[in-house]
Write a protein that binds this ligand. Sequence first.
Ligand code: HEC
Ligand code: HEC
Length: 491
Amino acid sequence: MRKIDRAKVRRVVGGLLLLAGVIGLFVWYKFFRDVQVSYADDDENFKYGSIGNEENAGIPYLIWKALPEICPQHLPGPGGYASLGMVYEGREAPIGISVRTIGVPRAAINCAFCHVSTVRVEEGAAPRVLLGATSAQLDVEGYNRFLWACAADPRFTPDGVVEAIRRAGELSWIDEQIYRRVLVPRTRTALLEQRDQVTAWMDAYVPSVGHRRPRWGRGRIDLFNLLKFHRLNLPLDETIGVSDMMPLWQMPPSVRGNYSYFWDGLNDSLTEVAISSAIGSGATVSSLDRDQIGRIERWMTRAPAPPYPYAIDGALAAEGRRVYVRSGCAGCHDTGGARYRAVIPLDEQELRTDRSRMEMWTPEAAAAFNRHAEGTKIDFDRFRSTTGYVATPLHGIWATGPYLHNGSVPTLWHLLTPAERPRVFYRGLSEVDRERVGFIHDAADTTALARKGLVSRYDTSEPGNGNQGHTYGAELSRDDKMALIEYMKTL
Ligand code: HEC
Ligand code: HEC
């Protein structure tokens, strides 16, 4: 029998262990190494920082960046993601997209994705960026459909994607193998799975309303149905919850129970609202970054509403303030008002706006969200189902049109004059209507833009899109309404 050469065995085993270690290190480095992105400056952090959703909902950044190159025909216009309403300001990635390395750089949305907009103050000048606003030009549905269509496109192959990545920059041999063999196929499968799950209800005919769900269109999303069906695992139902984004300016600090948040006041703790918003953005209970979200929560309490960018008639606005108080607006909308941020029952005579969004958030959904993070440090317990809509603050109201929770009324003039509210109008432009206040919604060329998908046609006769209700002030004279609108420019 040959004598075992112990020294040799030790060398071989040692070598194998070293190799396993190196491979392990390599796998960790290329697939799991996590480099958090946050910025010292709070505004920068809001625009580009990570909220902790890249692992669950991110897309390898080089693939994400290459998609508009690979599939320009699935976008509404030239200019890549900007044609879907994303806001660029000189960086490679737009505002609202964080790029965090988890093995490879991964792109995911953050809060600014739906809470930033631009306004074109002067013709020809660069649009002004409004941070914390309602992303009125952003087409979230169009963005998702673009990702799904591109993943299904015959050009979305390992060769096609790697070639597009290469055209934009270097790719080492090792990285090329990783993209080719792992990341491209995985991304494709994930996007197609997501498409099948979401379109199963988004495109489905809804028997109880005899119609399919309305298109979200620019500036809107059915956020809570996404959560219900895909995070809280509730069974598909027939509700419609498409709503406008909401601004994040001058948010009252979290005092449990004092104020209600979201359109129907489904939660009354700002901390829970911020954390659940991160979950709504694709983070999981274990991946979400509490520090970053705490920072954003504090940021929201300080973020100023943007001042109206044109001249205001001070005397007229002062008269408008008197009308505002006299007509009861202040009692519901002033930060000190008795019903400020309270849920106003929908059956109150003068409210009676569209019911769908409110009915979407059922007691079962609230209970499921309260259970969602049980046993972790996040203990949700303030979700509830309500029977009305919140008397929201009107900070920066000139910049957050169209109005009401479903964005069904294009201007403040139309809000005050229900008889003139248009049945059909267009959303997604960034010029201010200085007469009626809101965004331009009926310019001559909007129909052509809508055909391309660069603005969205809004039809108030579709389910969930009703523009009735909130008739406060309807009986005022034309002069009083003009004064009231002048005053609202100052908020
Ligand atoms: C995909 C779009 C989207 C993203 C991303 C998003 N939000 Fe929102 N946000 C909305 C919409 C839509 C509403 C209104 C929903 C409703 O009530 O129907 C809203 C409402 C809110 C409100 C309630 C405002 C009020 O006055 O009651 C807060 C606060 C908020 N978001 C914070 C955040 C934070 C913090 C993040 C990131 C962690 C975030 N949002 C990410 C779309 C988004
Ligand atoms: C009884 C409380 C109450 C009174 C009084 C009231 N509102 Fe409202 N207001 C609400 C509620 C609730 C909503 C949200 C309704 C919805 O979205 O369906 C709202 C929405 C609005 C909006 C749209 C907010 C947005 O972000 O889209 C504006 C603007 C507004 N009100 C202005 C006024 C003015 C001006 C008056 C006085 C003429 C007034 N309101 C009187 C409760 C009230």
